[in-house]
Design a binder for this molecule. Structure first.
Ligand code: DAU
Length: 344
């Protein structure tokens, strides 16, 4: 069985943070979103991974994952380019998969048992979760143990069971995709393809996720994913240099970082080569690689790479790569894109 991880798409809702790379590579709790996916797939025993590349700096994805050996898997890359829809992306693996395969949207994090999900016996299987805002998702109507209808981004309520970004397919899906027409948003929808299977009399199974999961499509989603993953996976692991500081609880500090005269209260992740001086880093915060934080306080935030923070007090904030933020008020909430310079 192969797993296909999608790395295309526009990333428009995250745009100030996705100018120089795809959204799937935004790092939460110390790893790119799609690395959490990839490791989950590997830990379920699937070793053949196909990554679909889009047109937003796809070389970044190839540079990061390489041939997959660093992660204990084998990766094949397929170029989709422009985002023509999930079904268009899936169709591109037609000659690369065996009869059953999994598709996982690379910007979703769904901590669900994939070995249980991958044992399906119908033409396709979907993962569903109850949501409050079904119009943001594809949704499914179920009757008994069968899926009877699917609609992408319904304008009127038909179900609050959303498709989360994990699908199980057999090769039967390719024939249906060949007959699809673009939807109102100009895309070949995977939801329509699954509906096509049902229309042809095939069975589609489902499983329900009752725990936490996230489509990391917006800054708020990124912050929530970061907190969840830190809460669940952070361990105490201190590799950097600590001077006159108090490091409490589950704090991960990577090599070549220096923490000086500061308080760090976990769960927290601090990347390689970052310097924290005269500061307080509070729970649920991830700081990227090569950042400098001075005379600042931070809680519940994601700071990406090469960021300089001086004299700021922030919470619920997301700061993009290579940005500089200085002199803020107390506990401000900031969403700042890449390469920005902000003096508050
Ligand atoms: C359209 C398109 C997307 N992608 C990638 C980008 C993302 O990682 C992922 C999802 O794309 P988005 O455009 O964000 O899809 P989104 O509007 O959130 O909706 C999808 O994902 C939802 C779950 O998050 C489902 O409920 C929907 O049925 C499904 O259509 O697939 C590709 O690789 N190629 C594409 O052509």
């Amino acid at each position: 069985m192969e797993a296909v991880i999608l790395h295309g798409g526009q990333g428009t809702r995250l745009r100030p943070l996705t100018h120089t790379g795809p959204k799937q590579l935004i790092r939460v709790a110390g790893k790119p979103v799609s690395q959490w996916v990839l490791e989950q797939i590997r830990d379920a025993g699937i070793r053949d991974v196909i990554i679909i590349l889009g047109d937003n700096n796809p070389s970044r994805v190839v540079e990061y994952y390489g041939d997959g050996s660093r992660f204990g898997i084998k990766i094949t890359y397929v170029y989709q380019g422009k985002a023509r829809g999930l079904a268009d992306a899936v169709y591109r693996v037609k000659d690369l998969v065996s009869d059953k395969f999994i598709v996982y949207l690379g910007d979703n994090i769904v901590p669900y048992d994939l070995s249980k999900f991958s044992k399906f016996n119908s033409s396709a299987s979907i993962l569903l979760a109850k949501v409050d805002n079904p119009n943001r998702f594809g949704v499914a109507v179920i009757r008994g143990n069968k899926v009877v209808k699917l609609i992408e981004k319904p304008k009127e309520f038909i179900s609050d069971l959303a498709l989360v970004g994990v699908y199980g397919f057999t090769k039967e899906i390719f024939e249906v995709i060949e007959s699809l027409r673009p939807s109102w948003r100009g895309e070949l929808e995977i939801t329509d393809a699954i509906q096509g299977l049902i229309d042809r009399g095939k069975e589609v199974e489902f499983q329900i996720v009752d725990g936490w999961w996230k489509d990391t499509g917006t800054p708020k989603d990124i912050l929530e994913a970061n907190s969840f993953l830190l809460d669940r996976y952070a361990i105490r692991s201190i590799n950097g240099e600590i001077k006159d500081s108090s490091i409490d609880g589950r704090v991960m500090i990577e090599a070549d970082s220096v923490i000086e005269n500061s308080i760090i209260r976990g769960p927290v992740y601090i990347g390689y080569g970052s310097k924290v001086k005269n500061s307080y880093i509070g729970p649920f915060t991830s700081i990227g690689h090569n950042c400098t934080v001075e005379n600042s306080e931070i809680e519940y935030s994601v700071i990406l790479d090469n960021v300089r923070l001086r004299g700021v007090s922030i919470m619920d904030s997301l700061i993009g790569n290579n940005s500089i933020v200085e002199k803020g008020g107390k506990w401000q909430k900031l969403i700042i894109g890449e390469n920005s310079s902000v003096i508050l």
